[in-house]
Design a protein. Structure first.
Length: 122
């Protein structure tokens, strides 16, 4: 993704072409159902799914943390089937847990943070 300049936009997009009496708005609420994600976003979710799956199986981590990570996998592994709000909530949970877990979870924290920035437009 670096250097590509790609930006993801979720939310309303209004375009006005000329004159008077323009009526209409396109509502974009993000992917839901079977809508495709941009390839870059889908790839980041896939990478995070792999890392979180590994962490959820890591016996060095407390059982409660492993279970919480396991519970995030349905959203991470199928983001196109989830609402954007579910993405944010799940990514915030992953970021919080991985921040507490330290170095062993640093790659997952980095991806969760990157995804949060992308979907938030930061």
């Amino acid at each position: 993704m670096s250097g590509s300049g790609s930006r993801f936009h979720f939310g309303d997009n209004v375009t006005v072409h000329g004159g008077q009496g323009n009526i209409g708005i396109q509502h974009n609420h993000g992917p839901a159902g079977d809508q495709a994600l941009p390839p870059e976003l889908a790839a980041l979710f896939a990478q995070l799914t792999v890392l979180v799956t590994e962490l959820a199986r890591d016996a060095r981590l407390p059982e409660e943390d492993r279970q919480s990570l396991q519970e995030t996998l349905p959203v991470l592994s199928d983001p196109a089937g989830q609402e954007r709000r579910s993405w944010r909530n799940t990514l915030h949970l992953v970021a919080g847990l991985t921040r507490e877990l330290g170095e062993v979870a640093a790659p997952a924290l980095g991806l969760a943070t990157q995804l949060l920035a992308l979907i938030s437009g930061r």
